[in-house]
Design a protein around this ligand. Structure first.
Ligand code: HEC
Length: 203
């Protein structure tokens, strides 16, 4: 359980001490997956699946080079092993090989389009500390380098905002091969382009 912030005290003390209110608040630490990151059920346990690069993880505890993390995602009913950032927008945050009840908790259900049902879930587990970065921009910088260096050999630079997340998924199936990206480069670029994609298709 998170401790409740002494909000009143923070508000009163901040101007006096000349410190930003934010730096006094005991917000949980957030770290970002730099690459495809294996998630383990317990600190030295069974593998549950992979977290995608750029996914924000809330830190719960740390021990022996591993970090216990928590994340939220959305899964379509009957396809509970694929977790996405939002309902119906298929930007993957994690793909699981098993749905351990201790690690995966359902926290809500919502109806989607075409009679689909989406479940909001909370996923916990352990990851290797070396695969995490404090700054999301460091993760995206590596992706921007791939985008500008490897995707401009045959045509002009195509900004992420040209296509929707779904359109990028289709285009990248072909372009990843044309640019001869490694699987790891491909997944990083895909996460970057989808996260920075346009919301709706161009008319
Ligand atoms: C070896 C050459 C080559 C490389 C490298 C390449 N492309 Fe392409 N790309 C093409 C060609 C040719 C087309 C024209 C459409 C087609 O033939 O599929 C194209 C089309 C596109 C389109 C437009 C697709 C559409 O349907 O509107 C996008 C977006 C795109 N490429 C993105 C990328 C990205 C991102 C990368 C880097 C991962 C990349 N391309 C690397 C050759 C390449």
């Amino acid at each position: 359980m998170r401790r409740l912030r002494p909000l009143l005290l923070t508000l009163l003390a901040a101007p006096v001490l000349g410190v930003a209110v934010d730096s006094l608040a005991s917000d949980p630490e957030i770290l970002y997956a730099k690459e495809s990151t294996p998630l383990f059920a317990v600190q030295k346990g069974q593998i549950l699946g992979q977290i995608t690069p750029g996914t924000a993880l809330t830190v719960k505890s740390k021990a022996g080079g591993r970090v216990q993390v928590e994340l939220e995602g959305w899964a379509e009913e009957y396809r509970e092993l694929e977790l996405f950032a939002k309902k119906e927008v298929r930007i993957e945050v994690a793909s699981l090989v098993r749905a351990n009840k201790k690690n995966l908790t359902e926290i809500g259900t919502e109806a989607g389009r075409y009679d689909s049902v989406w479940k909001k879930v909370k996923l916990t587990g352990w990851v290797d500390a070396r695969r995490l970065d404090k700054k999301l921009d460091n993760v995206w910088k590596a992706a921007r380098d791939i985008h500008s260096e490897r995707c401009t050999e045959c045509h002009d630079f195509m900004p992420s905002s040209e296509l929707t997340a779904q359109q990028w998924s289709g285009v990248l199936r072909i372009m990843t091969h044309r640019a001869a990206l490694t699987p790891e480069e491909a997944v990083l670029l895909k996460q970057y382009l989808q996260t920075h994609a346009r919301e709706k298709a161009a008319e």
